[in-house]
Structures are given as structure tokens and as C-alpha cells.
Ligand binder design. Structure first.
Ligand code: OXD
Ligand code: MN
Length: 593
């Protein structure tokens, strides 16, 4: 067995206990050094877990293909294991903790025979931030160890931060035989523990990300009076040097990375958008009574298809080196390709499953949920505050789903409670980031449906309670980039053009632009938006902004079904908001508005 690089007896004895169960051939404690990264990469290449790309074109970049049945988060196999079912609430799968430990112990027993057990200590958040959390993930996947090295502050730095403390998340992961019938992602919030088995896919296997930084952290955040949210964080600097920060929640694969790395269009010359984070925000009340945001991650695990120099040049530059590509298509000479890349597909490719692929094939060459894992430092638009231990102060929180109807392009809430109501009813058409049907509208409160680590009604109450903790709160907005016209085409061009909407949001947050009060909230009048140089029809913008009363009546019916599902803990204040809105819709219909 390897020498143990820690005097922390809590950690050493837990690792020993897990090793006794898993029975690996050897144990490797990750130190996070670059020498270790090259060694592990060589091992991964030797065992064909990674395939090197053309190193001249793609320095330090590798390709990985997963088991074809293991390509996304598995929400139906994700469990919150709290002492009672009520604590997990109606939106989570629940398993009794005793039963879960027993079931998974059975699968773990001997699962690492003949394999290496990697011990991966990591910090979520800047190592010198009082807000950061330490986790240790034990895994049998070298792919996971390497990805954790990109996505977190990994190795020695985490052991130093931990010292002799027993306060760390205990994460156990084994791909085992990657059998979907023996796949479970179990969270034990009361024990600060995660046990995951049967999947090597990022969201199921990189335990620092969704499992710790969202599910477990959301539970800790409620107890400790803060919020762990599925949000990007961006910095916007105006031509005269005013810097503002916003955080935005969108469901998986709805453009968080694109928004966080946006390049403003021509009429916004002199504006700079910089990225603080692209997926997760930890929000606490800080200096000046404002809400401050920290990105707990150190890298980007982004959706590849659709990424190109037009939609997201900064992402394209972020993945030019030291990047792991998972489930994209590649060429025989070590290049990579995906649907929506700048160039057309080459005549022949090797698809994400490793099969020969010919241009014109009806099959996708890259999996729709193929991913890049890239270090945050690669991003040319990285904010210099991305590593700031105290985070950044927020002027606005934005919520958005993928809705082809009903939701206007942008809307400001009347106040915190109303904004919480709008966010709690956020709906979105599902994407390939999770297994299941794609394109069905589902309610996704705060884009957190798959990530709330406890009862959803209690989570919404916590959001409402945060109002009295934040003396100087950010303003709350809703956006929808995805509304379609009668011809099925998107009404709004999206991507960099979203700067026009962001500018209105910033100006509203700073109290210096007009709006029109509507039954839904404050909407921009056309003259409140800078639409200079935008080549679309005014009618399309009006259609993107339209509040259609008929659509809203059905929307509110569907919202009621959602609220009914939340059950006894659903906060009354949100129900009242919905009822008030329904009355406003009915009155407006009566007067024929
Ligand atoms: C992600 C997700 O990977 O939300 O970020 O699924
Ligand atoms: Mn995400």
C-alpha cells in the first residue's frame, strides 16, 4: 500500500476502511502536481481510456469515449438518502440511508480488485476562501481523477486546507461494471457523504460538481444561511469602467457557458464581459449587505455541440489546449469534430461510439451531450476576480428556461417574493444533459430541480427567508432566449445579442432605465432596449416580448399542478403570488387587453 501523505487520522482511517471494502490492487493518493498529471495521463493512454489528439494542433488534449449506455446524468437513479422520505421531498428519489449503504456496500465489495484506487482530495472554492469546502473522492477511474484535477483545486492544497479536521465530504465512486441496473448516485446530506456506483459520466462521477457543490451544498447552505445555486457568474464592465456582476440560472444545456463567455456585438464596443463561473454559484451575504458569489469550480465541463467561433469564441479558445473531450467525433489524424462546429463535417469520421461515420449519415457523429473539460485559466475572458476568496457582489439574479411559447424575452420581478415565485415556476424544455425524453416542458425551480439536496418546498421557503438576510439584495429577472414564431424559428438571435438584454438588466438594477409595468412584472419598452444594428424585424421582437393571456391561463394551470405536487411544505406566499397573477390575467381578458 502507498504511503499515506496525511497525518489526519479521520481521513486515513476512512480511506483504509474503503480500501478494505473495495479491495484494490494499489492505492494512489493524488497530490495534484503536474508530474502526477503526466503520469496518470500516460497510464490512461496506455489503457486506452484516453486517446491523444494531434498534439501539434491540440496540445495536451485527449479524447475519451464513455460506455455508450453511460452518457448523461441519471436522475431516476439519483437518490437523496435522508432519515425520512419527507426530508428528501416529492421531487427527489429517496432511499433509506441504511438500505442505501447496504445495497451499495454489496456492489462495492471487491469492485476494485486488480485496479488502482485513487484518493482525490479537493477543495471546492478558492483554497484561501472561508467559504470553500473540502471533499475527498475515492475512485477507480483514472478519467475521473484527471477530470477532478481540472475541475477542482486537487491534491496537496486540499490536504493542507483540511489539516487535522474531520470536516470533509466523503465521496466514494466506483465505475464497477458500468451496469445501468447497478447504477446508483446516493447522497447522505446528514453524513456529508456521497456514494456513486456504476457510471463514469461527469455529473454522476465527478463528485465535487453536482453531488457536492449543489446537492450536499444546498443542504448545508440552508442550515448555514446561504444559497448553493446552478448559476453562472459574469462580470460586465462598461466603456466608462463601471463593473457589475450578475448570476444567472439556466437548466443544463441552455447556454450558461455561452452567456458567461459572451462577446458583445458591435454597438456595444468598449463593453467587456468576463467569466467568474459557468455552472455553479455559492451565494452569501457579505460586505455592504450585498449578495456575494463564489464559483466553487476551477474548470469548465461544457456541452460541446453547437460551440463554434460564432456562438462562443472564448469557449473555442478555452478548449485549444489541455482539454479532455468526451464523446465527440474525431478524425483518423487526431482532429475532433462535432455538430455545430465552424467547419462542415469531413467526409469521414470516427463517431463518438468509435464507429466509422460518413458525411450525410442520419446518425449524429458527436453525442448531443458530448463534453469538454477545460481549465478555467484557458479562458481569455476570465475575470480577475474568479479566484477572489470573498467572491463578487451581485447586482442581479437572472432565471431562464427554454420555452418556445409563453415566456417573454425579459421581465423584471416586482420584488424578491415575486421574483422567487417566478423562479420557482421556471419551466424548460428538457435537453440531452439528462437521460429521458428531450423537449418536454418540465418545471425546474431556479434550474435546480435535479440538484436540490432536500425537500423542494423547504428550499423555496429558504429562498423567501433569504430576503430578510440580505439588506441590499440583487434585482430578480426572468429571460427566455428560446421563444419561437409561428414558423417554428427562434424570434431572438441569442448568443452575443443577449448583451442587449443584459444591458437593460444592468440599467434596471442600477435604477436608470425605463420599463413598462405589466401584469407579469416590468417589461422593457422597445425604446428601453438598444437595438441598433440588429437585423431582425420589430414584429419579431414584439412577438418575443408578448404576454399572451390565453397562454398564461394554461401556464398558470400547469403551475398549479406543479405547486400541488410540492405538497405541504410549499410556501403560501408563492401560492398567493400565483393566485394574484391569475386574477390579473382574468381581469385583463375581461377588458380585452
Ligand atoms: C452540467 C449539467 O453538466 O447541468 O453542468 O448537467
Ligand atoms: Mn450544470
Amino acid at each position: 500500500m502507498a504511503t499515506v501523505p496525511t497525518t489526519n487520522t479521520h481521513l486515513a482511517s476512512w480511506v483504509d476502511e474503503v480500501a478494505k471494502l473495495m479491495k484494490p490492487e494499489r492505492v494512489h493518493w493524488c497530490d495534484g502536481s503536474s508530474a502526477e498529471k503526466s503520469r496518470l495521463t500516460d497510464e490512461a493512454v496506455a489503457s486506452k481510456v484516453l486517446i491523444p489528439l494531434d498534439q501539434k494542433r491540440w496540445p495536451g488534449c485527449y479524447f475519451h469515449h464513455s460506455n455508450p449506455g453511460d452518457v448523461a446524468r441519471v436522475e431516476h437513479l439519483t437518490f437523496i438518502c435522508t432519515p425520512t422520505k419527507e426530508q428528501a421531498g416529492p421531487t427527489n428519489n429517496w432511499m433509506d440511508p441504511k438500505e442505501a449503504y447496504q445495497k451499495l456496500r454489496g456492489i462495492y465489495d471487491g469492485a476494485m480488485k486488480g485496479r488502482t484506487m485513487y484518493v482525490v482530495p479537493y477543495v471546492m472554492g478558492p483554497p484561501d476562501s472561508p467559504f470553500s469546502k473540502v471533499g475527498v473522492e475515492i475512485t477507480d477511474s483514472v478519467y475521473v481523477a484527471l477530470n477532478m484535477g481540472v475541475m477542482t483545486r486537487m491534491g496537496k492544497v486540499a490536504l493542507e486546507r483540511l489539516g487535522g479536521s474531520n470536516e470533509f465530504n466523503r465521496g466514494v465512486h466506483s465505475v464497477a461494471d458500468c451496469n445501468p441496473d447497478r447504477r446508483f448516485i446516493c447522497h447522505f446530506p446528514q453524513d456529508n457523504t456521497i456514494w456513486s456506483v456504476g457510471s463514469g459520466y461527469g455529473g454522476n462521477a465527478l463528485l465535487g460538481k453536482k453531488c457536492l457543490a449543489l446537492r450536499i451544498a444546498s443542504y448545508l447552505a440552508r442550515n448555514e444561511g446561504w444559497l448553493a445555486e446552478h448559476m453562472l457568474i459574469l462580470e460586465a464592465e462598461s466603456p466608462d469602467g463601471e463593473v457589475s456582476y450578475v448570476a444567472a440560472a439556466f437548466p443544463s444545456a441552455c447556454g450558461k457557458t455561452n452567456f458567461a463567455m459572451m462577446i458583445p456585438p458591435k454597438p456595444f464596443d468598449g463593453w467587456r464581459i468576463r467569466t467568474v463561473g459557468d455552472d455553479i454559484a455559492w451565494l452569501r451575504v457579505g460586505e455592504g449587505g450585498q449578495l456575494w458569489a463564489v464559483n466553487p469550480e476551477a474548470g469548465y465541463f461544457g456541452v460541446v455541440p453547437g460551440t463554434n467561433f460564432k456562438t462562443n469564441p472564448n469557449a473555442m479558445k478555452s478548449i485549444e489546449k489541455d482539454t479532455i473531450f468526451t464523446n465527440v467525433a474525431r478524425t483518423k489524424d487526431g482532429d475532433v469534430w462535432w455538430e455545430g462546429k465552424d467547419n462542415e463535417a469531413p467526409a469521414e469520421l470516427i463517431d463518438w461510439k468509435g464507429q466509422a461515420w460518413k458525411k450525410g449519415s442520419s446518425e449524429k457523429a458527436a453525442h448531443p451531450n458530448s463534453r469538454f473539460t477545460a481549465p478555467m485559466d484557458n479562458n481569455p475572458a476570465l475575470s480577475r476576480f474568479a479566484f477572489d476568496p470573498k467572491g463578487v457582489p451581485l447586482s442581479a439574479l437572472i432565471f431562464g428556461g427554454r420555452r418556445s411559447t409563453t415566456m417573454p424575452l425579459v421581465l423584471q420581478s416586482f420584488n424578491w417574493t415575486h421574483g422567487t415565485y417566478l423562479a420557482s415556476t421556471l419551466g424548460s424544455e428538457t435537453t440531452a444533459a439528462a437521460t429521458g425524453a428531450v423537449g418536454v416542458v418540465r418545471r425546474d425551480p431556479m434550474a435546480m430541480l435535479p440538484f436540490i439536496g432536500y425537500d423542494a418546498g423547504t428550499y423555496l421557503t429558504h429562498w423567501l427567508e433569504m430576503q430578510s438576510r440580505i439588506p441590499n439584495p440583487p434585482k430578480l429577472f426572468m429571460v427566455n432566449w428560446f421563444r419561437k414564431g409561428g414558423d417554428g424559428k427562434f424570434l431572438w438571435p441569442g448568443y452575443g445579442e443577449n448583451m442587449r438584454v443584459l444591458k437593460w438588466i444592468l440599467d434596471r438594477s442600477h435604477g436608470r432605465v425605463g420599463a413598462q409595468e405589466s401584469i407579469l412584472g416590468y417589461l422593457p419598452r422597445l425604446e428601453d432596449l438598444n437595438l441598433a444594428g440588429l437585423d431582425i424585424r420589430m414584429d419579431d421582437i414584439r412577438a418575443a416580448m408578448k404576454v399572451d393571456l390565453g397562454e398564461w391561463e394554461s401556464e398558470l394551470e400547469s403551475q398549479q399542478e406543479w405547486f400541488d405536487k410540492l405538497g405541504k411544505t410549499m410556501p403560501r406566499a408563492l401560492q398567493l403570488q400565483r393566485d394574484l397573477l391569475l386574477d390579473r390575467v382574468k381581469l385583463a381578458r375581461k377588458v380585452g387587453a
